[in-house]
Design a protein. Structure first.
Lengths: 161, 161
DNA sequence: TCGCATTGCGCAATTG
DNA sequence: ACAATTGCGCAATGCG
């Protein structure tokens, strides 16, 4: 969108069956001429490639027709796709990172809640224990029955021994 | 984990259509280059890798010697750095993803715990309420000295009927 | 200024 | 045939 970047691949002008070295030293039309590798069928590097037998006579391979319009079109499409894919990938990573943050936050919240509940529970339990003791003290000497009305069972007592 | 054998940037994995032919630097071997010296500066950078186009006739600004050994050296170093950086980036993304999973898991655990604690609390509160009612029932019919009016004076307010 | 680290981009091979 | 991925190299830029 911001970059036209449409330069014609100046290199290759050969309609011959050759491969352009692209490993390195081939970028621009520097003084160095693009290396041409003789595509010997069944010979050197070409053959091994994909595990597909290469007919000795013709080496159509995939479609290494440079300089054709179809090629350029395909390239451009692919470039677009690549860009899209990368954008997505990046976005996804970003989202994931954000998710981590959210989860961390929620985690803290939950832990705080747990702490609160635990405390509440502990208080209640203490209350229970205390009450049980009170009952035991009052009930034991008299008997398990006849709870006797006038008891000081005020359960609102809160003391810390 | 690292990949040894990065000394001579030859073909990497397959080596299908890409063959390596050193320009004229070291590595004496296959190099029968037809004397083609087009010297087309216009298209410049494009080519395979760089994707850099510089219309100006002169493009030697950044000392792009290209065919010097120093250049190759720098390139190789950079390639290495790039590789490393990307590897790290990928690893990081992966770690982040894993972190999400871990956090999710822990979240579930915490929520389960919360549920448990809540239930426990609720039970205890119910017990309290019941007890309070029992007290009320026992006190009212038997002892005239009941608290009278305020029969509902349990401060332990509960949301559940 | 040098040197590594990041990042955007294009090419080609692979995959779905 | 075609879009999406992936590995890789180049160059610009960031950073110390």
């Amino acid at each position: 969108m911001s970059k036209p970047s449409q330069q014609r691949p100046n290199t290759d002008q050969n309609g011959v069956s050759v491969s352009v070295i692209q490993t390195q030293a081939q970028s621009s039309g520097v003084q160095q001429v693009p290396q041409l590798v003789p595509v010997s069928p069944g010979g050197g590097g070409g053959g091994g490639g994909g595990g597909k037998a290469v007919p000795p006579s013709k080496m159509k391979k995939t479609h290494a027709d440079k300089d054709t319009e179809e090629y350029r079109q395909r390239r451009e499409r692919n470039n677009l796709a690549v860009k899209k894919s990368r954008m997505r990938s990046k976005q996804k990573a970003q989202d994931t990172q954000q998710r981590v943050n959210e989860l961390k936050e929620e985690n803290e919240r939950l832990e705080a809640k747990i702490k609160l509940l635990s405390k509440e529970l502990s208080v209640l339990k203490d209350l229970f224990l205390e009450h049980a003791h009170n009952l035991a003290d009052n009930v034991q000497p008299q008997g398990p029955e006849a709870p006797a009305a006038g008891q000081n069972n005020n359960n609102n007592n809160n003391k810390r021994p």
